[in-house]
Structures are given as structure tokens and as C-alpha cells.
Design a protein around this ligand. Sequence first.
Ligand SMILES: [Zn+2]
Length: 423
Amino acid sequence: MRKKATREKIFPKIRYKRAPIWTYFLLWCVGIYCKIRFGLRYNRDQIKAVKKIKGPIVILSTHPSPMDTVTTANAILSKRPSMLSSRMLYYYRVYRLMIKALKNTIPKKQYLTDIECIRHIKKMIDAKVSVLIFPEGRESIDGNFQGFTDALGKLIKWLRVPVVSIHSPGCFLTRPRWLPGFRIGRIETEVKILLNADEVDTLTAEEINSRVRAAIDYNDFDWQARNKVEFKSKEFKRAESLFRILYKCPACGAEYKNISDGDELRCTECGNRVVVGPYGEMTALDGGVSLPRIDKWYRYQQDMLLEEIKRKGQDYSISTEVKRAEYDWDKLKFVYKESGVLTLTLVGFEFVGDTRKIQFVRPNNPPAIHSDLYFEKIILFLEDDPHEFTCTGYERPAKFNQVVQAMSSAFPTELRKKQPQST
Ligand SMILES: [Zn+2]
């Protein structure tokens, strides 16, 4: 039985107060660095207007990459808000230290409805502390807006405070999920006072959702093409690691056969070659086949999967060989346990290993999984216990994520009830 004290080491008690000044001073310093290094810009008039709002506010920010925590925090320094953070981050020492320093961070169970988190938000607003929410609930994989749950409008109406939106084009392309580092281009953080308290009262939840969607909908690749912003790195060529998300060849349909070669993505099955241009555009070489852009290629894969899953229904499954690690509550880190196979069907995830067989619920709110594209990891939860699966293929986490999404689109509700409970 896990001791309560151990749990509290991971999830510290939440303080319903503004974050300490020194933490936001540090974030401000990081912001200065980002301005110099990554070309970060702000619309300062709106930042000044937000500063003048008396009382707590709800801040809704897009979540294209880890970078936006800094860009967003710098836009609302005056509020020193409480930030919603994935419970997953609490399990890693470095993130846990940052969360503990802020003292008022609210943990959120990703991909599941979390009533406890909602209660914390309400208590924070009642204590006159602003709250920063990332409505998408996960980082983008393809540089596109990931959507949010319809419950957001109801939550905003319940809280009855002004709403500010923040959106940072360029954030995703500075630090895309498939790269282990940064590229230099430009980031334009746009702050907007979206709703005043009266509008929150008079508009319906659906109208509020529409306003929010219109304010924070984004596509970094569209923005890049429109503004002709190039993202450069001495270390990473344009197609570096792209095979981690673009796993399907549009010429022969083969999967897991693409490799990166400088600015080119090449299929080792049929030899199809595609070159990535300075503004994200993709062009086929030697009469080959390509999609016009990285995000459109990713979408093509999603569409193909959706079609396949609709066609096969209960017969669809995807498997990968994995190494399973469990969270050790004494050492407070992941510890390797065994090898096995992880399978996903409409019913849910199942791991069959050398010693154990474990079933996991398929996340559905939003439909996505914890994944690390660079270290090829998928993380699934049994209550508070995370299990970390290191895949054998570079592309598996991205494909599993797309499968979860496609399953949810193909069969939105009826199959959820049949999913296994955590065992
Ligand atoms: Zn091919």
C-alpha cells in the first residue's frame, strides 16, 4: 500500500494564492532570452489592457509546444496565475521542482474528465487568483489546433470572470515534437481580451465556445507560408526526424519505411523522394509522389486510418513490441520491468509481457495519449500509476496517437462503455 506521504511528495498541496514573485521574475528572464534567441514578439497594447483588469481572469492559451509556457507566462506576468499542468509532469523530478516552486499549480488528468481539477480552478478564482488553462489539453503533434471539450463554455460561465486568449504562432515550428532541440525563426505571441464579465454572463456556453475557437484556432504551417518565416538550425536539416510522424509513403503505401536524409524524406521500399522547402512546403523528386506540406501529409495519414478503422471496426488492431517500465514510488522514477507486446483495439490497450498481462482504458477526452516522439515512448495510466512503454519503432507513438484519434472519430460513444476498467 502506497504511503500518503509518498503521494504528497509527487503531488504537493495546492496553495490558493498567486505564484511567488521570484518564480515569475525567473520566467521574465527566460522571456528576455527567448526574445533575443527566438525572435519572440508581443502585441504590447493588449498586455497593458490585461494588466488593468481588476480581479481574477481566466487565460486560455494554445499549446503548440513546451515553449508556450514561457511565452504565455511572459504575456501575463502581472497576474502570476495558477497554471493547469498535466499530472504526468509531476512524475519527473525536473518538472516537479518547477511545479513545487510555483506552489499554486493545479494537476490535470490528461485525456480524462477530471472533476477534482475543476474544483481547484473554482477555489482559485474564489481566492481571486487568475487561472491559466491550455484548453487543448495536450501539445500539438502536427502544428495544428487540437480542439477542446464543449464543457469549456460551461466552466467559463460558472467562473463568471473575464477571459483572455493567448496564441503564439511560431512556437510549434521553433520546437516541433519530432526534434530534440530548437530552431530559430520567429514567435508572435498575440494576447486578446476575449470576453468581459458581462459577456460571460449573457452569452450561452455554445457561443462562448465559438468565440474561443475562433480566437485560438491555429495552424503554424499556414502562418509560416503566409509570412514566409524560415526556421533554421545548424544541427537539424529540414527533414530531420520527420519520419517519426510521417510514417506512411504516399507513393507505395508502405509504413515505417521512410527515412530522413538532410532536407529529404525517402521511402526505402519504393525509393520515393520528397524535399522539404524553406517554408515547410514539400516537393516530390524524380516524378515521385508527395503531399504539399508536413501537416497535410500527417492529415493524409489520419484520413487513411479513419477509413481503415471504419471498414474493419472490431477487427482493427495495432501492436508493437515494447519494453515496460513502472513508476517506483520509493525511488520516484521509472524502473524497467519486462518486455512484451502492446496492442490497441477499439476495446482499449492490452499489454502482454513475460510476467504480466495488463489492460488500459483508451483515452477519449480528448482522444490522445501521452507520447514522447523522440524517445519512442507511450505512457498509459492505471489510476495514479503510470506505465512507460518504449516502442521498438521510431514512428509507433505518432501512429498509436493517430489511431486513438481515428477510433474516437469513427466510433464516438458506443464502444467507450465496453472498455475495461483499470485492472
Ligand atoms: Zn514508398
